[in-house]
Each structure stands twice: as structure tokens, then as C-alpha cells.
Design a protein around this ligand. Structure first.
Ligand code: NAD
Length: 380
């Protein structure tokens, strides 16, 4: 079986981590299945390379290819500075309707963590990716749009808004929230996870964040009723998935103090942005933080980190996040044996303390290796 993976190498450290990651993933597939299965990598242009070659940062041909694809992976992209440029990442997420951003948080023994018991951290964050304050509906203070909205609030609704305010919208729909929570529940069922926690600020924002909580419980009750139970109705030791909810600020405290009580987290766009970075920091930071953006047809893997311009081209970047994206991709295909080989290799490299500088600088007695050598170790 041969599966096609579209890839965008990305800007900054993107090309070097992509170049290291692909052979590691190929090698794992080869070791697990010999010549019976393989990946075919096909490059798409985006970012600075695309601009150099086509004059556009995000060519239409790239979007068209992604629209018809099942699997893709990308390195980080720089957002060109200056007005008139939208983030390429946000454009791709919205154009391709990549509504779920999924980030596993997994601890590798030996990583230096700011928390006392990182070995108890085993969570996965499902973040809604298209709605909320990130929908990009925002007007600067003093613009005619902002003034008209403020005027409407004052005259029609009697709500007193400061006339100098910038104004933004936080749109959240039952459809957008439910499809995200559905994905989280499907995952919990497939992986035999113990709980799904809906994280929200519904105490303050009742109709948006509170809506997310309510719609989340509805999906659990209406579509997964025989496999889930709410926290308040759960008998001790239940074999059903316990669906619970937490207020976002309390949840930040909870994941530090009682990480073992949380497994799958389903949350809104802004909460998810914060919580996934905070959780990644507990288990090794940006060098070990993979993720995927999913639509109903496309799984588009990307590392959580950016282009790290200050270390680009110096063989210092940690390719770990992109390599772990590769393992996620293999798991997504059901090629679990190959994915496990990558996780085992990562465990071995970290136990042997042969790691890139971002990790080595925190580990006593570690040997610093370059991006390429780290890839060689993981692929060997
Ligand atoms: P960044 O993630 O690039 O860097 C933050 C810090 O982490 C830096 O100190 C960097 O050196 C370090 N770092 C990041 N990845 C690393 C790795 N793999 N190995 C070792 N160290 C690593 O974030 P930033 O500086 O805020 O952003 C730089 C650029 O990246 C910006 O243009 C931003 O728009 C872009 N960005 C892109 C994406 C994406 O494409 N998904 C995500 C975030 C930022």
C-alpha cells in the first residue's frame, strides 16, 4: 500500500526539520512493513519559497491540491509583516475548513519539566479552529465600522460602550462547537479514553462559551448516550467515558495540580490556544509538540512551533515536533507499529541524553547533537 502525503517545507527552520523528519518516518514504515507499505511525498509551495518561485505566498494550486487531499504535513510559515497580509496558516485553516486542531501532550521519561509529576501528564487537546475571536471580525477604534457598531449598541440596545473602543466579534455556533466535540468523543471512544472535559468560560460569556458547554453535553447525550455518562451521574469505576466541564481558568490550575484526572480536552479556539501551549511546556516545550488540523476530509499535520528565525540554517533546530507529527500521521493511517517505532526511538534518544540544544541545555550531563544527527539517531 502506498499513501500520498503532500508536504510544504515551510520557512525558517522548516526546510531543515522537514528534510530530517521525512527519512525518519520512511524508515519507521520500512522497518515495520518492509516494502508492503510506503509513503509518497509530494511537495506543494507556500511561504517564502512559493513567493520566490511564483510571486505568491499561497498559490491557488496549493490550496486546490490540499482541497482534494487526505494527508498533508507542513513546516512553519512566516506571516509576512505589513498590512494586507493575513496569516497563511489562518487562511489555510479557514479556506480548507480545518475545524479541529488536535494536539497530544505526552511525556517522555527524562525530559526536564517545570511540574513535579510530568509522568502523570497524558492529555490530548481538541481545539475549535475556525470560530471564536479568531474568526478575524475586528474593527479598529475610530473606524466608521467600529463607530457604527458602538452606535447600534448604544441606541438600539442601551449598552454603553466607550466610543474609543476597538470592536471584535466572538461568533460561536452550535454546528462549529458540536462538530469539534463530536471529534473529541469519537477519539475517546476509539482510543478507550476515560473522560472528555469541556473547557469554557461560560460563567462570564453565557451565550458563546456557555453555548459551547451546552452543545457539547448535547452531542454526548444525543450521539454517544450509550457510551458516555456525565460526571454527576457517573458511578465509581464506570467503564463509560465521563463527560465533564471545567471553567477555563480553573482548568489551568487543575492540569498543573491533578493532571491524572484529565485525558481528552475539548475546548474553544482562544482557550485551546493558551492551554495547548501551557501543556506543551510541561512535557518538553515546542521541540516536542506535534499537532494536526483536521477537516472532514483532510488531516493536515503541523508542529506547534514557528519558524524560529534566530536558529534557522544552523543545524540547531529540534526536528522532534515534526517527527512526532509523522508518528501521528502513521497512527491516523492505522499504521500503529510504525508510529510506535518512532515513539520508542524518541524514548531511547532522550534516555541516552543525546538531544538537540533546546532539550540538552536543561538536562544534566546531556550531549548536544545537531538537527541532522538527532534525525539519524531517531531513524537508526
Ligand atoms: P517560534 O516557535 O518560532 O520560536 C519561539 C522560541 O522557540 C524561539 O526561541 C525559537 O528559537 C524556539 N524554537 C521554536 N521551535 C524550535 C525547535 N523546533 N527547536 C528548537 N527551538 C525552537 O515562535 P515565534 O518566534 O513567535 O515566531 C516566529 C515566526 O514563526 C513568526 O513569523 C510567526 O508568525 C511564525 N509562526 C508560525 C507558526 C506556524 O506556521 N504554524 C506557528 C507559530 C509561529
Amino acid at each position: 500500500m502506498r499513501k500520498t502525503v503532500l508536504f510544504i517545507e515551510g520557512d525558517g527552520i522548516g526546510p531543515e526539520v522537514m528534510k530530517v523528519a521525512q527519512p525518519v518516518v520512511n524508515r519507521a514504515v520500512e522497518k515495520a512493513y518492509g516494502s508492503e507499505r510506503s509513503l509518497e511525498w509530494k511537495e506543494l509551495l507556500a511561504g517564502e519559497k512559493a513567493f520566490r518561485e511564483t510571486g505568491e505566498y499561497l498559490p491557488q494550486s496549493t490550496l486546490d491540491a490540499l482541497r482534494g487531499a487526505e494527508l498533508a504535513i507542513k513546516g512553519p510559515l512566516t506571516t509576512p509583516v505589513g498590512k494586507g497580509f493575513r496569516s497563511l496558516n489562518v487562511t489555510m485553516r479557514q479556506t480548507l475548513d480545518l475545524y479541529a486542531c488536535i494536539r497530544p501532550i505526552r511525556y517522555f521519561e527524562g525530559i526536564v519539566s517545570p511540574v513535579k509529576h510530568p509522568e502523570k501528564v497524558d492529555m490530548i487537546v481538541f481545539r475549535e479552529n475556525t470560530e471564536d475571536v479568531y474568526a478575524g471580525i475586528e474593527y479598529a477604534s475610530g473606524t466608521p465600522e467600529a463607530m457604527r457598531i458602538i452606535d447600534f449598541f448604544r441606541s438600539e440596545l442601551g449598552v454603553n460602550v466607550d466610543v474609543t473602543a476597538g470592536v471584535g466579534l466572538k461568533p460561536m455556533t452550535p454546528k462549529g462547537s458540536k462538530r469539534l466535540v463530536r471529534k473529541a468523543l469519537e477519539y475517546a471512544v476509539a482510543q478507550g479514553k476515560s473522560s472528555v472535559t469541556l473547557v469554557h468560560k461560560g460563567n462570564i460569556m453565557k451565550y458563546t462559551e456557555g453555548g459551547f458547554r451546552e452543545w457539547g453535553y448535547e452531542v454526548a447525550r444525543d450521539e454517544f448516550g450509550d457510551r458516555t455518562v456525565t460526571e454527576k451521574d457517573a458511578a465509581p469505576g464506570t467503564d463509560r467515558i465521563v463527560v465533564k466541564d471545567r471553567i477555563a481558568d480553573a482548568m489551568f490550575q487543575e492540569v498543573l495540580i491533578r493532571p491524572e484526572q484529565y485525558s481528552v480536552i475539548a475546548t474553544t479556539n482562544l482557550n485551546g490556544d493558551y492551554i495547548s501551549d501551557a501543556l506543551a511546556a510541561q512535557v518538553g516545550g515546542l521541540g516536542l509538540a506535534p499537532g494536526v488540523n483536521m477537516s472532514d476530509t483532510l488531516a493536515f499535520f503541523e508542529a506547534t512551533h514557528g519558524t524560529a528565525p534566530t536558529i534557522a540554517g544552523q543545524d540547531k533546530a529540534n526536528p522532534g515536533s515534526l517527527i512526532l507529527c509523522g508518528a501521528m500521521l502513521l497512527d491516523h493511517l492505522g499504521w500503529h507499529e510504525a508510529a510506535a517505532l518512532i515513539h520508542n526511538a524518541m524514548n531511547r534518544a532522550i534516555s541516552a541524553k543525546s538531544v538537540t540544544v533546546d532539550l540538552a541545555s536543561q538536562m544534566e550531563g546531556a550531549r548536544t547533537v545537531g538537527c541532522r544527527e538527532f534525525g539519524d539517531i531517531l531513524g537508526s
